[in-house]
Design a protein around this ligand. Structure first.
Ligand code: ATP
Length: 902
């Protein structure tokens, strides 16, 4: 794309704000008009990074051949061809090709799926167009757009800053420098390098503090990050700890197989067997023993896992999370919005003179304020109530609107609830109740309160405060009576009232006010000891319907659930009881507050946090300490978070889980998994899927390895004994090529087993091949060798020709593999208990394989390529009899294994 305007898109830092605005033909306060924005969108294209280029596709193709196992196969094909064994060479090449094609298709599909999943977690941008601020998807931005960013946002395009307030940006995505950079509005020399351009904010970087407004100077591939993307290409390789383990495993296996093949060849030569024949046999051993399907099976299984999680509203951002989820031992979940609905309704108001009940529910501003005797109250008769309602509704950034169908809230639900209750009390909601805001101290989780400075309709100046009861009462020395008179604050009465309300699970906020003589600024020290308490507002945030069941499911799966909240300990405890996270008679130390945590010596933290279930009034910094403590105790920790300051804890956690709806871009960026519905039950579902993924991988390994070992062993034993080969190299290749695709891969689609959430989490240190798996592999491979060998000899002994006997042995392998596939559908339970048709892919795969066997046995053309011969019904009966015997022995071993486990 060409530069949008007559200046390179990376030179705007050297211009003044005025020049930039002129150059980009925009308005620094009203932004672009919709029409101009549309025209520019058509001209410059959407603000997205380009799709992978041809070279990325080529590298995906090449990657399919970049595998030690495949190198061996390729070498074998070349050597076989040079020996004029063209059929063998063609079949070996066929195996490599089929593998590469399956691998390529799967990898491209998996990556496309991952990309579209990532796109589900979209970045939004606040843009001013035609003088109005609105939230748009960042794709729609064009050069010249006026964008606003604040703490927690991802910068949506390359922006020249016009205004900023304490703006700090984490530019590590671009520069690798992890310390956030302070931004300011200055003109810089043209030669300033990107990392030092303090008047610019770059696409993809994260705002960690403050706010700013700027003009978009470059979008899409013209941005700095777009440039990097173009140079590096999409380097997203599907790698996880498991694939790393498997890669290592393949390497060791390849070396072992090559050693064995070499030994076989040497042995054959020593016995003066035909060199070419021995060589092809050695190659057959190598090819037979190599589990070619393994890399494709891993990719497919992981990709299916990711897709299943997405269906259940958990979007995986980093693939290793799919596996780690399955070994999670502790989930630390936020309360508000995760365990509860985050739909607040004020139910009670307490003023120093009166207790008030509020009726109505949700954001519909219909309901009454009732006194103790049930009579309707008006704020006109109670000054404290009026100021409490005003502080709640005016020191507030939320809006509640009727959108033609229903009442909806924008902004913080806690604040929306306070807008609604003021409306129920009949206080006019338009234009901030006539209060003009002059200055503010915004709410933050650390500060736990919000304060605003206003001029009232009567032209007086007041400060309004609302926030956590402890924080607001700290600032108060006086309380307001119903008549508006001030009196000394009775702290015990306030605390008792707040305790009563929190014990019911209500979230309680205190409201206060203070007259401020003509002040134009607002600072924290103006508040200390100078505020008058007007009342408490208590709101209900109902637990999510599915939370109790999900908490119970986690606990029966051996996963501890802990609640972490910025809310009061009383409210947190009540909600914890209602979702089954705390028993009625909980042990001491089950509920800890941030203050308790701060007072703990470092050495005591791990054991104490492991014991506790509820952490209240916790700051984001303490979350990090909590995760580290739990990890010190050996836990695999999933931790939820939504704010900018949660990012370190999300990164530290074994699985960082961000909230898709309420979470900031910074939190999403730091997380491994994003919940698109913010619901705790989704984390439980993702853990369940994670366990399923690992199960399916183990099942594939349990299925493929005995087959490969068995095939290798048949050749090894034959050469060792100097006997005729019961299966020819080309026949082994046939088995491998067809069964890996038609049978093995179908295990990736296996549904989760019942009871997957009633067993303890998997130990991540557990080796890939557990002792029981090694036992199973040894047993099945020996049975395969014995069965095929016995039938081969029997057929020869009863007058069959060599091709007939070999065809029988070949079919023993395939039929046993087919039966064993059903057994592998559960690692512990018997094959018959699972339901024969619960995995349609598997049924289809078996039918395809059956057809392939019929062709290779009866089709004359295939008979001559693979040196097979038709079998009669008796022959098939013997094959199936052997398969049944093998399956019975495996079933007995499974049963014995189960008993031992009990
Ligand atoms: P979590 O999601 O961790 O459960 P939370 O919503 O309970 O978080 P915070 O948002 O950190 O916790 O709020 C902490 C306390 O600050 C609340 O208990 C409440 O008293 C107060 N508070 C919450 N929202 C506001 C707000 N918008 N204005 C003023 N005070 C608030």
């Amino acid at each position: 794309m060409t530069a949008p305007f007559p200046i390179a898109p990376d030179a705007h830092h050297g211009l003044s704000v005025h020049e930039v605005v002129l150059l980009l033909e925009t308005d620094p306060s009203r932004g672009l008009s919709d029409a101009v924005a549309q025209e520019r969108l058509a001209r410059f294209g959407p603000n997205t990074l380009p799709a992978p280029t041809g070279s990325a596709v080529l590298s995906t193709i090449l990657r399919q051949f970049h595998h030690p196992l495949i190198y061996v196969l390729l070498l074998a094909a070349v050597v076989t061809a040079s020996l004029h064994e063209f059929v063998d060479a063609a079949v070996i090449s066929g195996v490599v090709l089929v593998n590469a094609v399956v691998g390529f298709i799967q990898e491209t599909r998996a990556e496309a799926a991952l990309d579209s999943l990532r796109a589900m977690v979209r970045t939004e941008a606040t843009v001013v167009r035609g003088g109005h601020a609105r939230v748009l998807e960042s794709d729609a931005l064009v050069p010249g757009d006026l964008v606003m960013v604040e703490a927690g946002d991802k910068v949506p395009a390359d922006v020249r800053l016009l205004r900023e307030s304490e703006l700090r940006v984490d530019e590590s995505a671009l520069t690798g420098e992890s310390a956030p950079v302070d931004k300011c509005e200055v003109v810089l020399p043209e030669a300033t390098p990107v990392a030092d351009r303090r008047n610019m904010a770059y696409s993809g970087t994260l705002v960690t503090a403050g706010s700013g407004t700027g003009v978009v100077v470059a979008t899409g591939s013209e941005t700095e990050i777009g440039e990097i993307h173009r140079l590096v290409g999409a380097a997203d390789v599907l790698a996880t700890p498991l694939t790393a383990k498997l890669a290592w495993f393949s390497k060791v296996l390849t070396i072992a197989i090559l050693g064995l093949a070499g030994a076989t060849f040497a042995l054959g030569l020593a016995r003066r067997q035909d060199a070419v024949e021995t060589f092809t046999a050695a190659i057959a051993l190598a090819v037979g023993a190599i589990p070619e399907g393994l890399p494709a099976a891993v990719t497919i299984t992981l990709a299916i896992g990711v897709a299943r999680m997405a269906k259940r509203r958990a979007v995986v951002r980093r693939l290793p999370a799919v596996e780690t989820l399955g070994s999670t031992t502790v989930i630390c979940a936020d309360k508000t919005g995760t365990l509860t609905e985050n739909q607040m309704t004020v139910r009670r108001i307490w003023t120093p003179d009166q207790a008030v009940e509020v009726t109505g529910s949700g954001y519909v501003p219909e309901g009454d304020l009732l006194g103790a005797d049930g009579q309707r109250l008006s704020p006109d008769g109670n000054a404290a109530l009026r100021w409490a309602l005003l502080a709640g509704a005016v020191c507030n950034d939320a809006t509640v609107r009727f959108d033609g169908e229903r009442w909806t809230a924008t902004g913080d639900p806690t604040e929306a609830a306070m807008v609604v209750v003021a409306a129920k009390a009949g206080l006019a909601a338009d234009a901030d109740h006539g209060f003009r805001r002059i200055a503010q101290i915004p709410f933050s989780s650390e500060r736990q309160y919000m304060a605003t400075l206003h001029t009232t309709p009567e032209h007086r100046t007041v400060v309004l405060v609302k926030g956590a009861v402890e924080r607001v009462t700290e600032m108060c020395d006086t309380a307001m009576g119903a008549d508006g008179a001030l009196r000394p604050l009775d702290r015990r009465a306030v605390t008792a009232a707040a305790d009563c309300l929190t014990a019911e699970g209500l979230r309680v906020l205190a409201c206060g006010m203070r007259p401020a003589e003509d002040s134009a600024r607002l600072s924290e020290d103006q508040l200390a000891g100078a505020v008058t308490l007007t009342g408490l507002q208590a709101m209900l945030d109902p637990p999510r319907a599915a939370a109790s069941a999900a908490v119970a499911a986690c606990r029966s799966a051996g996963i501890a659930v802990k609640m972490i909240t910025g809310d009061h300990a009383g409210t947190a405890t009540a909600i914890a009881h209602s979702v089954g996270l705390l028993e009625a008679a909980s042990r001491e130390g089950a509920v800890l507050t941030g203050a308790d945590l701060a007072a703990l010596p470092d050495d005591d933290v791990p054991a104490t946090v492991e014991r506790a279930r509820v952490f209240a009034r916790v700051t984001p910094e303490q979350k990090l300490r909590l995760v580290q403590g739990l990890q010190f105790m050996g836990h695999v920790v999933a931790m939820t978070g939504d704010g900018v300051n949660d990012a370190p804890a999300l990164r530290q956690a074994s699985i960082g889980v961000a909230m898709g709806r309420s979470g900031t871009e910074v939190a999403k960026d730091a997380a491994d998994v994003v919940l698109t519905d913010d619901d705790f039950a989704t984390i439980e579902a993702a853990v369940e899927e994670g366990r399923g993924v690992f199960d399916n991988l183990t099942k594939f390994i349990a299925w493929t390895l005995p087959t490969n070992v068995g095939e290798g062993l048949v050749i090894l034993v034959a050469i060792g004994l100097g006997a005729v080969l019961p299966i020819l190299p080309t026949q082994i290749l046939w088995i491998n090529m067809t069964t890996a695709v038609a049978l093995g891969l179908t295990l990736a689609f296996e549904p989760k087993e019942a009871g997957i959430m009633t067993r303890p989490p998997r130990d991540p240190r557990e080796p890939l091949l557990t002792r029981s798996l090694v036992g199973r592999i040894a047993l099945v491979s020996s049975l395969l060798v014995a069965g095929s060998w016995w039938l081969f000899e029997w057929e020869l002994g009863h007058g069959a020709t060599l091709p007939e006997a070999r065809t029988a042995a070949l079919n023993v392998f395939v039929v046993v593999e087919g039966f064993y596939l059903f057994s592998c559908r559960s690692l512990t339970r018997s094959a018959w208990r699972i339901g024969l048709f619960s995995n349609t892919w598997l049924v289809v795969g078996v039918l395809v394989q059956a057809l392939a066997q019929i062709l290779v046995t009866y089709l004359p053309a295939m008979n001559s390529v693979f040196q097979t011969a038709p079998l009669d019904a008796d022959g098939w009966a013997r094959i199936f009899a052997i398969a049944l015997v093998v399956m019975s022995v495996v079933a007995v071993q499974k049963r014995l294994g189960q008993r031992k486990a009990c």
